[in-house]
Design a protein around this ligand. Structure first.
Ligand code: PEP
Length: 256
């Protein structure tokens, strides 16, 4: 089964509207040269979502949010709902990024509620899972990731799950410059696919995209994206420069 690569940029807490416009302008210029065999997604902060959607109108670059609340509306000061994100023109949302789990206390249960709410509003959740360095050193990485995948997709049905994307992001590789080896990435992606096949069917597992995230850069993207079960990248640092992000997109295109 051939899955189309998805190259997604997680801008984190960078790029308000002015910086976002500059980055998108550069991205649009560079991306024009490229064929459309790779899905491209940018995830700016909330305040830059609407302008990004407007700006990218008539391109095939998609826009997603970095977080959502699991209720539709109400007294949740400072929060943004799936309905609002969808209304802004986004079609993806990152769920359960390790920074949210670590700094904002997001539990597996919260991640599950957010993933289900995103799906309800036809937003594709990019569900992040991944182990810490300690967990890997103690050989717990397989079980930790298995628990996270199962918990995040709890009560997500066979037809709904088709819209979800999983991102394997070993915590020790995020923003550290350290990357999982292609072998480590492939091994974990294959493990995740086996878990998905057990939860759903072989066909569903084969069609779901599993992205790798953790210091993916132009110099290591080819090896990582060449792995059988790596269907794209969730990219932090390297997505903040149009040149490096486009280089990774081009690598994915050449591998397609
Ligand atoms: C991320 O934030 O999801 C990420 C993978 O960041 P970086 O590429 O900077 O490691």
């Amino acid at each position: 089964m051939t899955r189309q690569f998805l190259i997604a940029g997680n801008w984190k807490m960078n790029c308000g509207p002015a910086d976002a416009a500059e980055l998108l302008e550069n991205l649009k210029k560079q991306k024009q040269e490229l064929a459309d065999v790779v899905d491209v997604l940018v995830c700016p902060p909330f305040v830059s979502l609407s302008m990004s959607v407007n700006y990218l109108h008539e391109t095939d670059i998609q826009v997603g949010a970095q977080n959502l609340h699991f209720e539709d509306e109400g007294a949740y000061t400072g929060e943004v709902s799936a309905r609002m994100i969808a209304e802004s023109g986004c079609n993806y949302v990152i769920v359960g990024h390790s920074e949210r789990r670590q700094y904002f206390g997001e539990t597996d249960e919260i991640v599950n509620r957010k993933a289900r709410k995103a799906l309800e509003h036809r937003l594709a959740p990019v569900i992040c899972v991944g182990e810490s360095l300690d967990q890997r050193k103690n050989e717990k990485h397989h079980s930790v990731v298995e628990e996270q995948v199962k918990a995040a997709l709890n009560e997500v049905g066979h037809s709904e799950v088709l819209d979800a994307v999983i991102a394997y992001e070993p915590i020790w590789a995020i923003g550290t410059g350290e990357t999982a080896t292609p072998g480590q990435a492939q091994e974990m992606h294959a493990h995740i696919r086996t878990i998905l096949a057990e939860m759903y069917t072989d066909e569903i597992a084969a069609s779901l995209r599993i992205l790798y995230g953790g210091s993916m850069k132009p110099h290591n993207a080819e090896e990582l994206l060449s792995q059988d079960d790596v269907d794209g990248g969730l990219i932090g640092g390297a997505s903040l420069k149009a040149e490096s992000f486009t280089e990774i997109i081009t690598i994915a295109e050449n591998l397609s």
